[in-house]
Write a protein that binds this ligand. Structure first.
Ligand code: HEM
Length: 525
């Protein structure tokens, strides 16, 4: 009897309902009343659960096999790239102590430097069985790779997403939408120059200033007015905004590095509340400045926050570095001052067009960014397809390509034997150069033609190069010209330490933040 009853039980809920609709008593006497329904539901539940378990099993097996296939492929293709074998690094710190030092970036650069000496311009490093890094040092290869590897590391996108939600910039996978967004931002920035109101009220205090804090304040005013208009300058919450954004800049990558977001940690929620307050403040300034900077204000709040964060952090770092160099070198200041005063006439603020003619000043900005890029590495990947290089080497999909900027931009064969020194003239064409005997292999293009340079990769290159490059260089140059035109930058008399001691070896050109005094030049308004 059970068999015949089983045979007529429909397999799906829909089948059961249809049967009920067409026939109010569809089942034989072995089923009656409530028993019909409960029998069906129990049977339905068992079959449903089994089906779900089977689907789960197939999916997990499929994912695991797919992963395994990828790892095998990564090993097979990665094995053909020159470099130490995978087991050489699996011992971690005991086999590669350079990777575990206190300053990992610096140690990693030295480590890569040694690997390049041994294995050539393209070297693989295994950071784990499925983590393949490929470091590239040769400028031609770098150019080719930065054009072909259009994706960014998922970690960067994750860090921005965790803080600000879904974005259009700094997205990992490159696609038409990303390209479109980049173009519209580039178009917007092309017509922008640093706000005259930032230049008019450059220095609010003339007593001693902390160089880094001053630079940060300048960077915030510059990028803030570019994205939100001049309303940003008089906004009551500007200082709070700056503090919160710097807090996110400090912790963002740390939280994003967790594979599973640590919901259980209280400091994670504190970080999230900072992000929420930032979003609230961004909406406030967007509302206040409506009508000012139309095209960018149409971007979502998260995008503006991401641009503020990246733009301010990178610009502040560069301004601080330039000011510190100027303080250390009165000659450099004088050279820039004579150039600025020869070109700038009149009492109004210095214009971008005037700055474009200030060759030496622009070269100073480029030389500073050469020695102190935004980060030690450019990182790219090709997420879906393998990358075949012209020299026949295949970089497998999913491998991370890193360009160690300190090695490339301070390579004697590219930049000459004086690559560790601060020499802005290397960016000027030979006619402008004071030392005519010197061979400037780097001097491919003139600053005026294009603010670009073969081995200058501090702004990246190729499909994902920095969109704000020209804007940043011109704005920083205008800012520096305006400061130097009116003020002499001096070291505070009682400065506790000599800032030149902060210039470390070739890897870190960061100068410890000196306290500076801006003293008005004779005749300045
Ligand atoms: C001194 C200042 C700056 C430096 C050193 C700098 C450096 C960089 C670097 C190294 C990259 C990655 C490039 C690559 O992977 O090839 C980048 C990307 C980017 N930068 Fe900048 N940047 C600066 C200022 C700015 C400013 C002021 C803006 C705009 C307000 C900006 C907008 C962007 C955008 C949108 C990207 C991402 C492009 C993408 O994901 O496709 N940058 N920047």
């Amino acid at each position: 009897m059970e068999e015949s009853c089983d045979a007529i039980v429909p397999y799906t809920l829909l089948g059961f309902l249809l049967r009920r609709l067409s026939d109010p008593d569809p089942f034989p006497p072995c089923f009656s009343g409530d028993f019909q329904t409960s029998y069906f539901l129990r049977d339905y539940l068992t079959r449903g659960t089994n089906a779900i378990l089977w689907i789960l099993l197939f999916s997990v097996t499929f994912v695991l096999l797919d992963r395994l296939g990828r790892v095998v492929r990564l090993w097979a293709l990665g094995g053909r790239i020159p470099g130490p074998p995978v087991w050489a690094l699996l011992g971690g710190c005991s086999t590669a102590p350079q990777l575990c030092g206190s300053d990992r970036d610096v140690d990693l650069t030295s480590f890569l430097s040694k690997l390049h000496e041994n294995y050539g311009p393209l070297v693989k490093i295994w950071f784990g069985p499925s983590q393949l890094f490929v470091s590239v040092k040769d400028t031609q290869l770098i150019k080719e790779i930065l054009v072909k590897a259009k994706d960014k590391l998922p970690l960067t996108e994750r860090a921005y997403n965790l803080a600000f939600g879904a974005l259009s910039f700094f997205v990992s996978a490159f696609n038409d939408k990303v390209s479109e967004n980049r173009e519209s931002l580039a178009e917007y920035l092309q017509n922008k120059s640093i706000s005259a109101n930032v230049l008019k009220n450059l220095v609010e205090r003339t007593d001693s200033l902390d160089c880094v804090s001053f630079a940060r304040c300048m960077a915030f005013k510059t990028i803030g007015t570019t994205l939100f208009g001049d309303t940003f300058l008089n906004w009551n919450n500007r200082t709070q905004y700056e503090e919160l954004l710097m807090a996110v800049a400090k912790d963002g990558f740390f939280w994003a590095s967790y594979v599973i977001i640590p919901f259980w940690r209280r400091d994670y929620w504190r970080y999230q509340s900072v992000c929420q307050r930032l979003k609230g403040l961004t909406l406030e300034i967007m509302e206040l400045s409506e009508g000012n900077s139309k095209s960018v204000l149409e971007a979502p709040c998260g995008d503006l926050l991401a641009l503020m964060l990246h733009g301010c952090v990178t610009t502040a770092r560069l301004i601080a570095n330039i000011l510190s160099r100027l303080v250390l070198s009165p000659n450099l200041q004088e050279q820039i001052y004579s150039e600025v005063s020869a070109i700038h006439k009149g009492s109004c603020v210095i214009s971008t067009d005037e700055v474009r003619k200030m060759q030496f000043l622009l070269a100073t900005v480029l030389e500073s960014v050469r020695l102190l890029p935004a980060g030690p590495f450019l990182q790219r990947c090709s997420l879906k397809s393998d990358m075949r290089l012209e020299n026949g080497i295949m970089i497998p999909a999913g491998a991370t390509v890193v360009v160690p900027l300190h090695l490339v931009q301070m390579d004697a064969s590219v930049c000459g034997g004086d690559f560790l020194e601060f020499i802005p003239n290397r960016f000027l064409s030979n006619e402008n150069n004071h030392d005519e005997d010197k061979e400037f292999t780097c001097t491919k293009r003139h600053c005026n033609e294009s603010i670009k340079f073969e081995a200058l990769l501090s702004f990246g290159d190729g499909a994902r190069a920095c969109v704000g490059q020209s804007f940043a260089v011109l704005s920083i140059a205008t800012l520096v010209a305006s400061i130097i035109y009116d003020f002499e930058i001096k070291l505070e008399q009682n400065a506790a330490e000599d800032p030149s001691q902060g210039v470390h070896d070739f890897i870190s050109q960061e100068i410890s933040s000196p306290r500076i005094v801006l003293s008005k030049r004779n005749g300045a308004n």
